[in-house]
Design a protein around this ligand. Structure first.
Ligand code: ZN
Length: 226
């Protein structure tokens, strides 16, 4: 059903549940609507009244969901602190490429997303490797391999085999976030824990880490909208 809130149409889907004990509201992020869970013993009208009373909360939750990025001619993407403009070059068989600040996308628009992500991933890899090398040199440590990952719940990791994994999508955020995550994982090459000693090492190679740590909070919505 559709609720009206200050000229905004808000969709609330009703879900009857045998298992639920209480009326509950949840947000369906993908479809940008709310779901009202109605237990068997509760009358639907009562549940709707409840949803109505929470309409401001529903509205504020839904309006916080970031829009997915629209891949089209002329669209702009910020990556590693640089602005890139998408250009659909119409060439069917070439690879996506970046020249100056233009991202040339071959083929059909339906594949633009895949091509853009591929080009940006190729762009960020040497950046990450270089940063790892620089921090390693500062600490006098070595690493064995770099893996680019795409895990929503984890920005980076460092294994006992000295493999450093970094979520490459951090390139969509403030570069300070990516630099900090790299410094953090390199520091683990010396201390594979989060002890006081570890944070001292982080501070040594990345003094502003507290600020970056703050910036990472809630960032996944932003970098995963592409
Ligand atoms: Zn850590």
């Amino acid at each position: 059903m559709i609720f009206d809130f200050e000229n905004h149409k808000i969709e609330v889907r009703i879900e009857n549940s045998v298992r639920a004990k209480y009326v509950r509201l949840k947000i369906d992020r993908k479809n940008k609507c709310a779901v009202l869970v109605v237990p068997r013993r509760v009358k639907t009208e009562k549940a709707i009244e409840f949803a109505q009373s929470k309409i401001y909360w529903i509205y504020s939750q839904i309006s916080k969901i970031p829009e997915d990025f629209k891949y089209c001619e002329g669209a702009e993407i910020s990556f590693l602190g640089q602005k890139y403009t998408l250009h659909l070059c119409g060439d069917l068989y070439s690879l996506p490429k970046i020249e100056e600040n233009i991202l040339f996308i071959p083929g059909k628009i339906e594949f633009a997303r895949v091509h853009v992500l591929e080009a940006l991933k190729r762009l960020v890899k040497p950046y990450i490797v270089q940063k790892i090398q620089d921090f390693c040199q500062e600490l006098g440590v070595t690493f064995s391999r770099v893996r680019l990952t795409e895990t929503k719940s984890r920005w980076g990791s460092c294994s006992s085999k000295k493999v450093i994994s970094i979520c490459w999508r951090l390139g969509f955020a403030d570069p300070a976030c990516l630099d900090y995550v790299i410094a953090h994982e390199v520091a683990h090459l010396k201390e594979l824990n989060h002890s006081v000693k570890f944070w001292k090492i982080v501070g040594q190679i990345y003094p502003n880490y507290l600020l970056s740590e703050k910036k990472l909070k809630g960032l996944s919505k932003e970098v995963f909208r592409f």
